[in-house]
Design a protein around this ligand. Structure first.
Ligand SMILES: [Zn+2]
Length: 213
């Protein structure tokens, strides 16, 4: 049976306190393991540039079996690295404190953890069913041209980094999504920053996506 609203509110420690909304993954600083060039042996290598890319961190040191991240308070967080077999090779994964093997660690209030431990949501999970085609179509447009917007002429093919076949595939996919946008999905959530609207994959083309830190 559903709990009545009054009872639910009464049981809260501070009924007036509003909970912080769950943050959006795309807008949270994160470390992708493939960006770090993990060594294939047990010797630790320091990454002096780590603070330039991830402002929350002061120092990082990596070996094939472990990653150590130090922040500005001097706290060091250690993550094991595992190399499960994928296809014909091996691929590195961080092991989060919860035991999950992940490729990306998120930094929230100075603490590194996986997406689930950080309680993050993907932007698409925040969207309603009406909003989602708009988000997807915007990402495809930004992949072709970062200034492009829905309602304006479709961007031209990037000259050197894409084949016509790929371009036509993306164009038809984006236009199909745009035709699905209804009046209800006209606006995206106002929690989204431009970062959320950046493409997340390279859509099987040779064009590279800016890796999001
Ligand atoms: Zn975790």
């Amino acid at each position: 049976m559903l709990t009545p609203k009054q009872l639910r509110m009464a049981k809260r420690r501070n009924p007036r306190a509003r909970r912080e909304p769950r943050p959006i993954a795309e807008q949270t600083t994160s470390i992708l393991i493939y960006d770090l060039h993990i060594p294939h042996n047990y010797r630790f290598v320091a990454l002096p540039w780590v603070g330039l890319r991830y402002p929350e961190l002061r120092h990082a040191s990596l070996a094939g079996h472990q990653a150590q991240f130090t922040d500005y308070t001097g706290r060091t967080q250690v993550f094991a690295i595992k190399w499960p077999r994928v296809g014909f090779g091996f691929r590195p994964y961080f092991v989060c404190t919860c035991g999950r093997q992940v490729t990306r660690l998120y930094i929230r209030y100075g603490t590194l953890s996986c997406r689930r431990c950080s309680r993050l949501l993907y932007a698409s999970q925040v969207c309603s069913r009406q909003m989602r085609p708009r988000l997807q179509a915007t990402r495809i447009r930004h992949f072709l041209d970062s200034m492009s917007e829905i309602g304006k002429p479709f961007p031209r093919k990037p000259k050197t980094t894409m084949r016509f076949k790929t371009y036509n595939r993306l164009k038809s996919r984006a236009l199909a999504l745009e035709s699905k946008i209804t009046r209800k999905g006209q606006h995206l959530s106002n929690r989204f920053s431009t970062r959320t609207l950046w493409p997340r994959t390279n859509y099987n083309s040779r064009r590279t996506v800016l890796s999001l830190g």
